[in-house]
Design a protein around this ligand. Structure first.
Ligand SMILES: Cc1cc2nc3c(=O)[nH]c(=O)nc-3n(C[C@H](O)[C@H](O)[C@H](O)COP(=O)(O)OP(=O)(O)OC[C@H]3O[C@@H](n4cnc5c(N)ncnc54)[C@H](O)[C@@H]3O)c2cc1C
Length: 557
């Protein structure tokens, strides 16, 4: 069977994935399958495609100890060196030692804002390549395609670049300047897509592919070794319609893999409050639903207030978007505005002025609880008709020194939502137990997201630190070996995880996971991989000998 994937990029450009003319014969075992085509999957694919880091002959490094350790065996690539030895004594902003090592080699001293040249040089050594497939639902770039396109990213732009292609150079080539060294998500998504084609990685990517199950497959009597079975659906254009458009088909696929890498990120399922009424149609859980409501003209200065729940950066973006429309806003969050854990208290004001503005609003325009239960049905919006006039209270007081500076905004720190009612009233409760009822037009709950690991048994819970809890990036990530990223509690050998799934939420540091995995796979390949090596050779032979024939794919077991 033949496949080809056409993926629409965020900028509307079309990227053709050349997976057609390849074939995975029944029973053939792919050496590595990477599930997820975001920055994690892309970075690992780069390292597995033969791009190999060495200490450059002209190199210097601000850390003399690390430099001298690397120089001891400068003829060896980083993938062949002892990562544990190199990591000893290194400190950085990630708790993952290999992430700190790779970051300090890719962007030395970047925490101090210095632009020290990387001591690594990348050599293309195709003989080292390990054949692999990268499966992903959408176009390469992952979560970056789903973010609001125009907001600025949180990280300095070069922290989000992948090895071998300077983000700044790429943006400069597009004749754009970076504001404060920050880029927009649309630019980052487009950079990742460009990266895949620039580094000629497309042949390993199958976009439009959703994995629905990963299970351990026992070996059989014909000598097939135990391995992983990966099944799912591939979206393809089918029959052409009269108007030139094509029917989108879902084709099932099933393949076998020696190694599986979980790189699916953690932004798939919006977290929920778990309160009554949360499924009412006016309660949203994603930024794009807000954008859609705005574009339908459902929110403006005449509408009832928007309730924003959460104090992360996406919630802040929602506040800014609604504020821009002059829509009145109630902003509810659990922490106090001075809580050091609040992201706004960790960001430098100069670099992130828009988030500083939101923090100012949260601080200066706080709801002041009175001794009586309150109903703020009319408080922010003078035109709204009260549904229960008897319970109306006067305009709420705020702590603002200049109340008019952010008119129409009211924050509720140390509050939680208790209930959403069908008449669009929301019951809020303070830490001290006092309840306030607000009338809203819509409610937007932006309190984080969970990964969707429904393709694993029990949603992958048994792989996490606490199997009784769902997997989350911060509180309960997948437990992996810190130097190989092998999943500790996997059902069999050859399962790895990386990125936010293992608690590494920033692109800057998830690259370390790619180094750890590529280095472990390379080590196993060097050590012979026994049975597996033969399969790698068979796979390579197939690729070489059948280039001219209809080859890979797939799908339908
Ligand atoms: C609003 C927001 C702002 C952010 N800002 C920054 C920032 O400024 N700097 C920074 O470093 N990080 C930032 N992040 C975090 C950043 O998104 C992640 O660090 C990064 O995208 C993780 O990369 P990943 O490849 O591991 O996962 P993702 O980028 O999430 O990609 C995983 C991909 O796997 C796909 N997938 C999931 N399940 C399956 C399946 N079953 N089958 C096939 N494919 C599947 C998903 O659709 C997705 O495309 C931000 C995140 C958000 C939500």
């Amino acid at each position: 069977m033949e496949t080809s994937q056409i993926c629409e990029g965020s900028a509307g450009n079309t990227l053709k994935m050349d997976l057609h003319d390849k074939e995975i014969a029944p029973g053939e075992i792919v050496p590595v399958v990477i599930i997820g085509n975001g920055p994690s999957g892309i970075c690992l694919s780069y390292l597995l495609s033969g791009y190999t880091p060495y200490l450059s002959p002209e190199a210097s490094h601000p850390n003399p100890l690390l430099y001298s350790k690397l120089a001891e065996q400068r003829h060896l690539s980083l993938l062949e060196q002892d990562l544990e030895y190199l990591c000893e004594g290194l400190e950085g902003r990630s708790s993952n030692p290999v992430a700190v090592l790779f970051d300090s080699l890719l962007l030395p001293d970047s925490d101090f804002g210095l632009d020290h040249t990387s001591p690594l040089e990348w050599r293309y050594e195709p003989e080292r390549a390990i054949p692999h497939l990268v499966l992903g639902k959408g176009p390469p770039g992952g979560a970056w395609h789903a973010m609001e396109g125009s907001m600025l990213t949180l990280s300095l732009a070069n922290w989000m670049e992948l090895p071998g292609l300077k983000l700044k150079d790429w943006i400069r080539d597009k004749r754009r300047n970076l504001r404060n060294d920050r880029a927009t998500p649309a630019e980052i998504a487009s950079y990742y897509q460009h990266y895949v084609s620039q580094m000629s990685l497309e042949q390993s990517f199958a976009c439009g592919t959703t994995v629905t199950s990963v299970t351990r497959q026992p070996g059989n009597q014909e000598g097939s070794p135990p391995c992983w079975r990966v099944t799912g659906l591939q979206h393809r254009e089918g029959e052409e319609l009269g108007d030139g458009s094509a029917v989108l088909e879902e084709v099932p696929f099933s393949l076998l893999a020696h190694n599986v890498v979980l790189a699916t990120g953690t932004h798939d399922i919006p977290a929920r409050l778990g309160v009554d009424g949360e499924f009412l149609p006016f309660v949203y859980h994603s930024f794009w639903e807000l954008e859609a409501a705005i574009s339908r003209g459902e929110l403006d200065q005449a509408s009832d207030p928007l309730l924003v729940v959460g104090a992360g950066l996406t919630a802040a973006d929602a506040v800014l978007a609604a504020h821009h429309l002059n829509t009145h806003i109630y902003h509810v969050f659990r922490r106090s505005v001075t809580d050091p854990g609040l992201i706004f208290n960790q960001l430098p004001k100069v670099l992130y002025p828009e988030y500083h503005k939101v923090h100012q609003m949260m601080t200066q325009q706080q709801h002041q609880p009175s001794s009586q239960p309150q109903d703020l049905v009319q408080s922010l919006h003078p035109h709204s008709a009260p549904s229960s006039p008897s319970s109306l209270s006067p305009l709420p007081s705020t702590t603002s020194s200049s109340p008019s500076s952010y008119s129409g905004y009211l924050s509720f720190p140390l509050h939680r939502v208790v209930e959403f009612r069908p008449d669009r009233k929301c019951v809020l409760e303070s830490d001290s137990g006092q309840q306030t009822v607000v009338q809203v037009s819509k409610a937007l709950v932006l309190i984080g997201a969970h990964p969707n690991l429904s393709f694993l048994d029990n949603n992958g819970r048994s792989l996490s630190f606490n199997p009784n809890e769902p997997i989350t990036c911060r509180r309960n990530p997948i437990e992996v070996d810190p130097f190989t990223n092998k999943v500790v509690a996997a059902e069999g050998p050859g399962m790895y995880a990386m990125g936010p799934l293992v608690g590494e939420n920033f692109v800057r540091f998830l690259k370390g996971g790619a180094l750890a995995i590529a280095s472990d796979l390379a080590k196993r390949q060097r050590q012979g991989m026994e049975q597996e090596d033969l399969t790698v050779d068979r796979w390579l032979d197939r690729q070489v000998t059948t280039q001219t024939q209809a080859e890979v794919c797939v799908l339908d077991s």
